[in-house]
Unconditional design. Structure first.
Length: 378
């Protein structure tokens, strides 16, 4: 409903003030949290949430809340996926007002440890092009009564404004990513074309200086420096591998996996054995393909940087509704779940966000096996 349907000047000013609160140039996570909080305060609701809709248009991929502390959220467990009343809000265009949640035919009850809720207001949040980004869910006005039709008009107007702000934030984020991508490509190119070539030159000069007339301590020191140069060149190549941005983003997943495999084999000198399910691109979604190649790059990056492996096996296939990436090496291994392991936590987090999992089996001296999965239809 348009802004002009708000007749109360006090509420109209409150709406304008609320919109101004979300105009800040915040990151997307901070912005979404601010939107939920502001919407809740706008109509005086005790609890609020913003559910971000998944690519399938039917379920929720994220659930940002207001009024529920972290301890309570942890006790509740898994975030809702969009069933029941939440799903009803996804399917309808107009606001959903419910005076008694427990009596609504779509209500499925609350999980254990969930705070009791009676009143409900659900409103869609759409971006400028009409795309439904998510839904605002508000419950239990602090005055104790149900939400009014005027509340619905107010939150719907706020949701439209919030959608425009989200649009701008996503655009800024894309611009920043593009700029960062260009800078990373330039850095990788400079490292490869300039730094490595100079190190090669230094190494060759040292090698030509070796002769049988040199004292043994001098020869030993020169050989030690040559070994250090080789290690430095390998480290730089590994860094380039990690930061290098793919130039074939429009290529198939199968070809991108092959390119990544060749980078490991040719640039980093590790023997690889690659197996990929035929016509795998016909079996997965583009979103899944993007994250799969990013996960595989991170797995291989960990191997070439830490494992000291000489052989790596890579298998990419389909298991039911999942894409499965298996990578094993003959390296030094490690003790899982010890140390910071940020890269491994990133892999696990990426998998869970895509409806999959990441398991790592490793033992010191016996190599490592990584199994990474994701919903192939995402």
């Amino acid at each position: 409903m348009p802004f002009h349907q708000i007749d109360d000047p006090v509420r109209l000013h409150a709406l304008i003030d609320a919109i101004m609160l979300i105009e800040a140039d915040a990151d997307i996570d901070g912005l979404l949290a601010r939107i939920v909080e502001t919407a809740s305060l706008l109509v005086g609701s005790q609890y609020g949430a913003l559910g971000v809709i998944s690519g399938d248009g039917k379920t929720l991929s994220r659930f940002i809340t207001y009024g529920v502390d972290e301890e309570t959220r942890a006790k509740i467990g898994v975030d809702p996926c969009g069933d029941g009343v939440l799903g009803e809000t996804i399917r309808r265009r107009d606001p959903l007002l419910i005076d008694e949640l427990g009596r609504h035919p779509m209500a499925g009850g609350f999980p254990a440890n969930h705070p009791p809720m009676r009143r409900f207001l659900g409103v869609q949040v759409a971006t400028a092009d009409g795309h439904i980004f998510g839904n605002l869910y508000l419950t239990d006005p602090l005055h104790g009564g149900p939400f009014s039709p005027e509340d619905a008009i107010l939150v719907e107007a706020f949701g439209r404004a919030a959608g425009l702000v989200i649009d701008q934030a996503l655009l800024r984020s894309n611009v920043r990513e593009f700029t960062l991508s260009e800078e990373r490509e330039r850095l990788a190119r400079d490292l490869h074309d300039t730094v490595i070539q100079r190190l090669f030159g230094v190494g060759l000069a040292l090698q030509t200086s070796l002769s049988s007339t040199l004292d043994e301590p001098v020869r030993s020191r020169i050989n030690q420096v040559l070994d250090e140069l080789d290690a430095t060149i390998h480290e730089i190549r590994t860094t380039i591998f990690e930061i290098d941005q793919e130039q074939t983003t429009d290529a198939t997943l199968q070809s991108r996996i092959a390119i990544l495999n060749n980078e490991v084999a040719n640039r980093l000198g590790v023997h690889t054995d690659l197996r990929v399910t035929d016509r795998i691109d016909d079996l997965i979604g583009t979103h899944c393909a993007h994250h799969t190649i990013q996960a595989l790059r991170e797995i291989l990056s960990n191997i070439v940087r830490h494992s000291k492996a000489s052989e790596v096996g890579i298998e990419v296939g389909i298991q039911d509704n999942l894409i499965e990436v298996l990578v094993h090496d003959n390296g030094v291994g490690f003790t899982p779940n010890v140390g910071p392991g940020r890269g491994l936590r990133n892999l696990a987090s990426r998998a869970r966000e895509l409806g999959g999992d990441c398991t790592i089996n490793s033992e010191v001296g016996r190599g490592t096996m990584v199994r990474w999965t994701a919903n192939r239809l995402d």
